[in-house]
Design a protein. Structure first.
Length: 353
């Protein structure tokens, strides 16, 4: 088993948004002195507050000792200075899903970190091969793709680009395991594994809304209650961030030659244009303002329970149905077949051939 990154090795996470703050939480909790960097001071404050809230929750539930809680916070440092990456053996970027911005960042980082430092990207969809291209040491670049919320979701895709060193993939794999995650190694193909499969799922759900098949709350309820998903697609999109999800969709759509199955949804584009980005902006498909009512699915009013069924004798294949109705406590009134050739269940009449 190749060595994980030693527990006391400094790690930098760049981008203090939804994902970066969660990843910094994981790194700091597992022992790494962790620097969380963002160019936006307000984002740093929000990132720190969200980590504090998550850690306090774990402590209050008894899942983290007060000592581990305090030690985690003591290992976490906020920064807006890229030069703080200098001593870090692993830098994980979780900034905007834009290939040019990410490449520029990696080029700047290469000038600051040691030659053997690993540069990892939390990108959901951008080619790792492309992120590495043009660097002096492209073999050190790999994907380390966490899922939202990073402290709770076990899966991490470790993504190898065309020239990623095998040792880098092994180190990230062992490190993710040591961080309590379930790492899966994938090649840098469009959307890797999870987003390749998830894009058509989002697209099909959004198409049902475009076609007015039902509203967002009903779609969510159906997928949760009948489909067995932990969250419905709309609340999940609100959690992920509609803007971030849209950029990933566009990126995978382009990378797969504009295959229609991966086309972005107009509904999602409109929400993003209006600034409704999901939970982080207080409104997406649903409102997250304090006191907002919970979304209510539209369901049909329940029918009154039938009290009595009239059935002729010898109803053939329907006899099993009559037996089940009787077993459910419904009164069965049998009539001679000559008198009636139909089954009467409440107002419904089933003709028997
Ligand atoms: P976000 O919009 O919540 O946060 C991004 C943060 O990066 C912002 O605070 C922004 O100020 C900062 N930033 C932007 N450019 C920067 C730069 N050059 N230097 C330093 N900071 C910079 O985005 P989110 O959702 O955390 O996504 C980040 C990355 O993680 C993206 O690549 C996304 O595709 C990926 N991802 C997102 C998931 C999600 O559910 N939101 C899930 C898995 C991956």
């Amino acid at each position: 088993m190749p060595a994980r990154l030693p527990q006391d090795t400094p790690v930098m996470v760049i981008g203090a948004g939804t994902m970066g703050s969660g990843i910094a939480h994981v790194a700091a909790r597992t022992g790494h002195p962790t620097v969380l960097l963002d160019l936006d001071a307000a984002a740093l404050d929000r990132g720190r507050a969200s980590i504090e809230k998550d850690l306090a929750f774990l402590r209050d539930k008894g899942r983290l000792t007060p000592e581990a809680h305090d030690a985690t916070l003591a290992r976490l440092r906020l920064s807006s200075e890229l030069a703080d990456a200098g001593p870090c053996a692993l830098v994980i970027e979780a900034i905007v899903e834009d290939v040019a911005v990410k490449r520029r960042l990696f080029a700047q980082l290469e000038a600051l970190v040691a030659d053997d430092a690993i540069l990892a990207s939390n990108t959901s969809s951008i080619s790792i091969t492309e992120l590495a291209a043009g660097l002096a040491h492209p073999g050190r670049v790999a994907g380390m793709h966490f899922f939202n919320p990073a402290p709770r979701m076990a899966l991490v895709e470790i993504v190898a680009g065309l020239v990623t060193d095998a040792a880098v993939v092994d180190t990230l794999h062992s490190t993710a395991l040591a961080w309590g995650k379930t790492p899966v190694i994938a090649q840098s193909t469009p959307g890797f594994v999870v987003n390749r499969v998830a894009r058509p799922y989002y697209a099909e759900n959004l198409r049902t809304l475009t076609e007015h098949a039902c509203d967002a709350a009903t779609l969510d309820a159906l997928l949760r209650e009948a489909g067995g998903f932990a969250m419905g697609p709309c609340e999940l999109l609100d959690l992920i961030g509609l803007d971030v999800n849209l950029m990933v969709t566009k990126s995978v759509f382009g990378a797969l030659g504009f295959d229609g199955r991966y086309a972005p949804s107009l509904i999602q584009e409109e929400l993003v244009r209006s600034g409704r980005l999901g939970r982080k902006s207080g409104h997406g498909f649903f409102s997250y303002a304090p006191q907002s009512p919970k979304p209510v699915p539209r369901t049909a009013a329940p029918e009154a329970v039938v009290a009595r069924v009239t059935a002729p004798h010898r109803v053939g294949g329907l006899e099993a149905l009559v037996d089940r109705l009787a077993a459910a406590g419904i009164e069965i009134r049998r009539v001679p077949r000559e008198e009636s050739a139909h089954l009467q269940i409440g107002d419904a009449r089933v003709e028997l051939s």
